[in-house]
Design a protein around this ligand. Structure first.
Ligand code: BES
Ligand code: MN
Ligand code: ZN
Length: 482
């Protein structure tokens, strides 16, 4: 997909599809001599937010189709604007046109400027136009490969900035979704490493700790998860130096469980295939990293992916096993299905060596998070209010929303173990908070936030697939941190 900017009069365009509000559509059709055609075609059109109508113009017309966006002539709220864009983007996706001119930047949105309208509009288009069909043998639907954003000359610079940023964001989003959607027999820890290596550039280095090295480093929690699998685990490290040599980096950490069977605490069979998405946290931090690199953000970024497969086997960890973590703390593993926090705690204490300005981990960590927030928000936990707020703001701004959750000490007591420093599970109550509390014990050396994306990172059911969340939130957070 190529995004670009286009100025000049709409009626002088030549395009397979023009996406605009009703008034602009009528004006263009009139100037092309097709006023009556558009009037007739839109007779029953309600022009409400969330509706749209695709109108074919005669074959010789330089504008072949007009996709009328309902509600786009009104002064709308931010969420209505997203709805308008999403509705037309989905219609565009099914129309199978090769390219389109997108003129919805003209819609007036309460308290939002043209830069926001272009950024958020393109983000919604990127989401709607994504396809994952590499494992289908039959030829698939034709894809839109080019979107020109129509801007007046006054707003051109702002639109262009959003176009550039969204070109990078789209690459990151697509990477995150592709990695998530790949089946678990292909996407294993070594595959994630190979994909991470593709990010290499003059100021990017990619390395990995293998199991031998992690054992030497005392990463007993990570190894307790990885040991049951035939597929070797990897701690993948991407180091991007886009900022000043001495500037402290932001560290992103992703849970990369390429398949979560639960281990000896085996999961029930229903929808277990969806546990291929248990590496979506890793996919999202790699996606955000790709976007940051492509956008040449002037910052230093270290991305750590804790990649392992959680399998039952003769070598698997048993409930009751006690292991020593990289931090030196001991953990009694009462449930091998609470494996995400085990691979993450070693990554969190390993991150200390980078003297980070902030650390953000992303994980499909708990089913309880889905019970608490559903799929609309990622859970945001932080030991630092400025960092927590910055992430919530980035989510609100993009629409890739997060919701703040507590990390109160009161929740820590459920993790008491009679034998080790901490147990890896508490009781049934407040599962996502208790999981975050477990992680917090390994993240006290720096401002830290944890995003539980169990509900937001993928969809089940008929629309099964990775959503790319929270790549946009992270990318926006990085942009705002500059
Ligand atoms: N990967 C799961 C969490 C999950 C479940 C993500 C459903 C997305 C959809 C995680 O490893 C897990 O199994 N968590 C357990 C924790 C429990 C044993 C304390 C859970 O949520 O049941
Ligand atoms: Mn699990
Ligand atoms: Zn898991």
């Amino acid at each position: 997909m190529k995004y670009s900017t286009k100025t000049g009069s709409l009626a002088s365009l030549s395009t397979p599809c023009l996406i605009c509000g009703y008034k602009a559509g009528l004006r263009v059709a009139s100037e092309l001599g097709h006023r009556d055609l558009l009037r007739t075609a839109t007779q029953d059109f309600s022009d409400k937010v969330g509706t749209n109508l695709l109108v074919q113009l005669p074959r010789q017309s330089p504008v072949k189709r007009i996709l009328v966006a309902g509600g786009a002539d009104a002064h709308v709220s931010a969420s209505e604007y997203r709805k308008i864009v999403r509705s037309t983007a989905n219609r565009l996706a099914s129309a199978e046109v090769s390219s389109a001119v997108w003129a919805l930047v003209a819609t007036q949105v309460q308290a939002q400027d043209v830069y926001w309208r272009s950024f958020v509009g393109l983000y919604e288009l990127s989401l709607a136009l994504y396809r994952f069909d590499r494992h289908k043998s039959a030829p698939e639907t034709k894809q839109t490969t080019r979107i020109q954003v129509h801007a007046d000359s006054r707003s051109r610079a702002n639109v262009q900035k959003a176009v550039r940023e969204n070109q990078a964001l789209k690459s990151g989003l697509d990477l995150a979704r592709d990695l998530g959607n790949q089946p678990p027999n292909i996407c294993d820890p070594s595959y994630l490493l190979r994909e991470a290596r593709k990010l290499r550039a003059p100021n990017v280095s990619v390395s990995a700790l293998d199991e031998r090295r992690m054992t030497e480093l005392g990463m007993g929690a990570f190894m307790a998860v990885s040991t049951g699998s035939e597929t070797p685990g990897k701690m993948i490290i991407v180091n991007y130096r886009g900022g000043k040599a001495k500037a402290a980096p932001i560290v992103l950490i992703g849970k990369g469980i390429t398949f979560d069977t639960g281990g000896i605490s085996l999961k029930p069979p229903a929808a277990m295939d969806e546990m291929k998405f248990d590496m979506c946290g890793a996919a999202s931090v790699l996606g955000a990293t790709k976007a940051a690199i492509e956008a040449k953000l002037p910052l230093n970024l270290v991305t750590i992916v804790a990649a392992a497969e959680n399998m039952p086997s003769g070598r698997a960890t048993r409930p009751g096993d006690i292991v020593t973590t990289h931090s030196g703390k001991t953990v009694e593993i009462l449930n091998t299905d609470a494996e995400g926090r085990l691979v993450l705690c070693d990554a969190l204490s390993y991150a200390e060596r980078y003297r980070p300005k902030a650390v953000v981990d992303v994980a499909t960590l708990t089913g309880a998070c889905i019970i608490a927030l559903g799929s609309h928000a990622s859970a945001v936990f932080s030991n630092d209010d400025a960092l927590g707020l910055a992430l919530i703001d980035a989510g609100d701004w993009t629409g890739d929303r997060g919701w703040r959750m507590p990390l109160w000490d009161d929740y820590q007591s459920s993790l008491k173990s009679p034998f080790a420093d901490v147990a890896n599970v508490g009781g049934r109550e407040a599962g996502s908070i208790v999981a975050a509390c477990f992680l917090s014990r390994f993240a006290s050396a720096y401002p830290w936030a944890h995003l539980d994306v169990a509900g937001s990172a993928f969809r089940g059911g008929a629309k099964k697939g990775a959503t790319g969340r929270p790549v946009a939130l992270l990318f926006r957070y990085l942009l705002e941190s500059l």
